[in-house]
Design a protein. Structure first.
Length: 83
């Protein structure tokens, strides 16, 4: 992120989104694995924890999209500076 020339706030927000989202999604799978035997199936365990998985995966996807947009923006700025 720093090499793209973004500000420190954007870099921290994207890093925070990727980190918290990844941690939340891995905790979802850990808890689903522990719940599956007591609920009888993995499907029921995953459905019972959907409120954890959906925001966490959304944060990862949104942060990844933000990184992609920042890369495209940096490439466009670099292309303009070469002219």
């Amino acid at each position: 992120m720093v090499l793209l020339g973004t500000g420190p706030l954007a870099a921290r927000l994207v890093s925070l989104g990727l980190g918290v989202g990844s941690l939340g999604y891995s905790v979802f799978w850990l808890r689903a694995g522990f719940r599956a035997p007591s609920l009888g199936s993995t499907g029921a365990a995953k459905e019972s924890l959907a409120l954890l998985a959906i925001p966490a995966s959304g944060m990862v996807v949104a942060s990844t999209a933000a990184v992609a947009l920042l890369i495209v923006g940096a490439m466009m700025r670099r292309d303009e500076s070469l002219r």
